[in-house]
Ligand binder design. Sequence first.
Ligand SMILES: NC(=O)c1ccc[n+]([C@@H]2O[C@H](COP(=O)([O-])OP(=O)(O)OC[C@H]3O[C@@H](n4cnc5c(N)ncnc54)[C@H](OP(=O)(O)O)[C@@H]3O)[C@@H](O)[C@H]2O)c1
Length: 281
Amino acid sequence: MNSSDFPVALVTGANGGIGKVICKELLSSGYRVILSFRKSERAVAFYNSLLQEYGAERIGCLEMDLSSVTSITEAVCVLMEKEQRLDVLVNNAGMLGYNMQVSAEGYEMHNMVNCLGPMLFTRLVKPLMHRGSRVVTTVSLALYYGSIPENFPYPHARFNRFRQYACSKLALTLLCLRLAELWKEEGITVNMADPGIVDTPILKLHKWIDPVADAVFRPFTRTPEKGADTSIFLSSDLSLRGATGGLYKNKKAGTLPEKITDHPYTDKVWCFLADLYSSVN
Ligand SMILES: NC(=O)c1ccc[n+]([C@@H]2O[C@H](COP(=O)([O-])OP(=O)(O)OC[C@H]3O[C@@H](n4cnc5c(N)ncnc54)[C@H](OP(=O)(O)O)[C@@H]3O)[C@@H](O)[C@H]2O)c1
């Protein structure tokens, strides 16, 4: 078999706690998997280990920093040149920062990395997708506590990491719901996975109390395998053919409250993404 015989999946945050499991499971299910990551020793070591195990016809890599529009557009060009199709896109990368940071374009960093970056990438790689392609995006329980400020996606005067994380995941959810609606007729599905509270490096207070908190709370968190299972289900389970616009937890679709499905700021967030998309496309 050569590489074009396998369905193609691309996973962002491929070297993260949940991302690694998603990559391995999709490989076991017969996909060719493109690992997308920011270049680091850990990421390259993971890529090399899979390359050794599965061979170059099953593994690809795409360097991309979701905090940078330039990095995203460059990655899209590389991908478009190399690939003919994309069957599954898993938007898994995400961050929970500590200090206030802004992206090169001046957007609050959570809003860029967790929401605008992945959604811009998703829209730009659409030409590789086809009827039956699936977009699976990792959201979080935090979205239910989020609010979208008037000045989205720019930073608040006072930074709070949890508020910013929740805002970015809520905005991400609103964009996924809009994309699901828009791409339904074309047969490209867009669903979201809530992994639960998972034992991965993202869970950090960045305070002296971290080792104590780890010892007390980590035993009650989910394993990365359990955290990944809904994304894997959404990526590949045949029973889901055609299902779109759902937010799943434990492999089951939940019911989104009206305050999210009819969120007053959906248009505002969508228009922002649309302008960003037009500026680079
Ligand atoms: N763990 C939980 O309890 C939990 C709960 C709800 C939702 N989630 C979501 O699950 C997803 C996976 O997180 P995880 O738990 O597996 O955490 P993780 O181990 O920290 O993985 C996060 C991944 O995102 C990547 N990433 C961060 N910033 C990036 C950037 N600017 N550009 C490209 N990639 C970037 C990281 O790459 P680097 O190694 O280069 O930093 C890493 O691969 C995230 O979307 C997260 O928000 C996690």
